[in-house]
Write a protein that binds this ligand. Sequence first.
Ligand SMILES: Nc1ncnc2c1ncn2[C@@H]1O[C@H](COP(=O)(O)OP(=O)(O)OP(=O)(O)O)[C@@H](O)[C@H]1O
Ligand SMILES: [Mg+2]
Length: 279
Amino acid sequence: MAGARRAHSGARLHNPLTLSLSQGERGEERGVERGQSGALHERGASSPPPRFFVTATDTGVGKTQVASALLSLMADAGLRPAPFKPYESGCASLARPADALVLREAARSEDALDVICPHRFRAPLAPGVAAHRLRRQPSFDATLAAFRSFAGRALVAEGAGGLRVPLDAKRDVVDLIAALGLPVVLVARAALGTLNHTALSLDLLRERGLPVRAVVLSRGRPERDPSERDNAAWLERRHGVEVLGPVPFLEDPARRRAAFRRVLRPLIGAEWGVNRGAR
Ligand SMILES: Nc1ncnc2c1ncn2[C@@H]1O[C@H](COP(=O)(O)OP(=O)(O)OP(=O)(O)O)[C@@H](O)[C@H]1O
Ligand SMILES: [Mg+2]
């Protein structure tokens, strides 16, 4: 299994859209150094800063939970991570996009909200659909420029809904992932139905040559179902991908946050000073 995992997560990108950013802009330059606190910062060490694109099999599955846990682990390691939620819809207030604010707080970031979240919509719709209703075309160049401004930093991007959710007239979330060239963390339900939804998402990512770092299973509802016992093992066997979780259903936000952090810690790793004992 470990061999299959390595083969999958090490897949190279061959999508021409990735050429819209240089290798350096995709954060592939090496290097971190230790600051006065002993924490790790960009530049100087052997590993590039960790960067992920968090997507899901559907909306409301747990992307923000996963992205914020990853950002808080990175912040604990002194990485000054960049939160990136380029498209957010369903904003009750356009000045306060809820997911982007959660990510910014988790990252302990002072990055400008306009860079973290350049495209916001009130309607609780796919961003591309919300924009179309407004007869607007969200600028993809603005999205890429915001991303470029985070060059060289650890980063976690959160998509919108799942992979085939429209972002504008031409592009879906999967096209954004291809353009940014980030390894994918795919969040999926722990329950019955997840083998199908997760397989469809993994098939598309593989078809497009996009590397998957891990699948994260989360139990977003209190009811248990008998499929949960086997889902992780089936996904690993069938798709040769690392599966983390399932994160149990936890109503209490502090306990939930701790559970997501525990499950996701292997993605940041000891090289970044995130040890297994850390809460
Ligand atoms: N393990 C869990 N225990 C309890 N609640 C959970 C768990 N996982 C997810 N949830 C809940 O499910 C809801 C959706 O989670 P989240 O906001 O992270 O999803 P999302 O994929 O980011 O959604 P969106 O597509 O709207 O951005 C939240 O209210 C969250 O608290
Ligand atoms: Mg979200």
